[in-house]
Design a protein around this ligand. Structure first.
Ligand SMILES: [Zn+2]
Length: 295
């Protein structure tokens, strides 16, 4: 099987998967429950999510391990089980993907701030190392450090994952549009600052995820491409900003409204395209059909 980088070079554009979090809630995960524990207690549900994205045409499948760093699992008293839960996440996605789909081990933020003294660089490094190692052991082909907002934590996670696994590392940041029309993360990082720092940290693929819809992803990729024309760029776009109504969350962007702009996203420089919050197998299927036509 080709590595992620080799597959990008060969196919130019790859399809990634869609939302996990919103999908887990749909299948009955309760607020306050640990999503990663489902890799043990609700294995069939987690497998079904992975499988549905592969059936929708995704080349890549992520793992149910976004909140699987020991420091984050501590909130649920599950930090001692971090290795087991991450390994299980990768085993499930590997099983769903077989030997045709690339399994991308998901690592999300710790939720703790070094600046506030809530954690230390060493604690973060050790936690992300353990998580990446477990994902590799379960069968992940590459690691995706995602939804990052700060340069320090992102670079610790990238370096830790690389050192622990020697796999290819993807890292994506989440940007918002400021009142002044610029794109910045919650911690004030611009797309160009992200590019420079992640390349220095050793990320093989960079990009952006979550955020507030497809159109803004096009702007962000253009900004990334102003700084670097070569490094592969991954985009996991939300189906727009969530709308809260009668206690229910919905997302405004439909499969067809998202897929209508896929060509534009590719022209702006994206290489791997999938979804984040609010996207479903139908969104991925619509995106995949545009990408397949170009191959
Ligand atoms: Zn998201």
């Amino acid at each position: 099987m080709l590595s992620l980088l080799e597959a990008v070079r060969k196919n130019k554009i790859l399809v990634s998967d869609g939302a996990w979090g919103t999908f887990l809630f749909q299948r009955g995960l309760m607020h306050g429950e640990c999503p990663e524990l489902w890799n043990i207690t609700h294995r069939e549900d987690v497998y079904a999510i992975a499988r549905s994205y592969i059936d929708a045409g995704s080349d890549i499948i992520l793992t149910n391990s976004f909140g699987g760093s020991p420091i984050r699992l501590k909130h649920f008293g599950l930090n001692e089980r971090a290795f087991e839960l991450n390994e299980a996440a990768a085993i499930i996605s590997r099983e769903a993907g077989g030997d045709k789909n690339i399994v991308l081990g998901s690592i999300g933020p710790s939720g703790c701030m070094i600046m506030m003294g809530e954690t230390s660089e060493a604690e973060l490094f050790d936690g992300f190392s353990l998580q990446a190692e477990a994902l590799k052991k379960g069968g992940a082909d590459a690691i995706c450090v995602e939804t990052m907002t700060g340069i320090l934590e992102a670079s610790i996670a990238v370096k830790a994952a690389k050192a622990a696994t020697n796999l290819e590392i993807v890292c994506t940041f989440t940007f918002d549009k400021t009142a002044g029309g610029e794109y910045k993360t919650m911690m004030g990082v611009s797309p160009s600052e992200m590019v420079l720092s992640l390349k220095q940290s050793g990320a093989d693929i960079i990009g952006t995820n979550c955020g507030n819809g497809f159109e803004k992803m096009i702007d962000i990729v253009k900004e990334i491409r102003k700084i670097d024309n070569d490094i592969p760029v991954l985009v996991h776009a939300n189906a727009g900003l969530p709308v809260f109504e009668n206690g229910l969350v919905s997302y405004p962007e439909t499969p067809s409204s998202m897929s209508a702009r896929v060509d534009e996203l590719i022209e702006s420089g994206a290489n791997i395209i999938g979804g984040c919050c609010g996207t479903t197998p139908e969104h991925i299927s619509a995106i995949a059909s545009v990408i397949r036509k170009r191959r």
